[in-house]
Design a protein around this ligand. Structure first.
Ligand code: GDP
Length: 189
């Protein structure tokens, strides 16, 4: 089910887990890897394609929510505003949301747009965890160092505690078990 307004999202009282990140971070690939489906989420050659709140009912226990990517350079100001409004409404109003996974390309240095987004999540007390993507693109000995660097950048900012994080690759299924266990783990509580 796809929506551009939080008020028309499914009313089922089922826990949901949302996935969000900058365009091209590997969100669609990650969702497809987690669900072992070739094209549950559309991999976007074109930035800005997923512009809706997409709910996938995985089973009776949870919804997977694919949110639009943020930080497109080429989106008009007006589109950016509309986008921000329904995403912020979604996070603030969606009582079913258990955790938002914020995706970060593990190769990149902390980017302002991501740090600001995470701060906004913190200020609004939206529960989130980080998912580092594309770990296969780094040498094994650099992967943890790069994740540590990112977490340290957060701790140098407004954060007192490190957020929960996962290191993943859609190319070799790294992190799949951990993320799914985390989702299952919360549901079992
Ligand atoms: P989205 O825009 O965030 O949905 O990103 P996509 O899933 O469409 O991925 C963007 C690009 O990164 C595509 O060319 C993917 O093939 C590539 N990609 C995504 N995940 C991985 C990964 O884990 N490893 C590698 N090597 N490439 C990836």
């Amino acid at each position: 089910m796809s929506n551009s307004n939080v008020r028309t999202c499914p009313s089922d009282p089922i826990p949901e887990y949302a996935f969000i990140g900058r365009s091209n971070v590997g969100k669609s690939s990650l969702i497809n890897m987690l669900m072992q489906k070739k094209s549950l989420a559309k991999t976007s050659g074109r930035p800005g394609k997923t512009q809706l709140i997409n709910h996938f009912r995985i089973n009776d226990n949870w919804f997977l929510v694919d949110l639009p990517g943020y930080g497109y350079a080429r989106v008009s100001k007006r589109d950016k505003k509309t986008f921000q409004k329904y995403i912020t409404d979604y996070f603030k109003e969606r009582v079913q949301l258990v955790c938002a996974f914020v995706l970060i390309d593990i190769r990149h240095e902390p980017q302002k747009v991501d740090l600001e987004f995470l701060e906004w999540m913190g200020e609004n007390q939206i529960p989130f965890a980080l998912i580092f993507t594309k770990a296969d693109k780094l040498k094994p000995q650099v992967i943890q160092k790069q994740a540590d660097k990112y977490i340290n950048a957060l701790l140098d900012g407004i954060w007192e505690d490190a957020p929960q994080y996962f290191i993943t690759s859609s190319s070799n299924n790294l992190g799949r078990e951990e993320v799914l266990e985390f989702i299952g783990g919360i549901n079992d509580e």
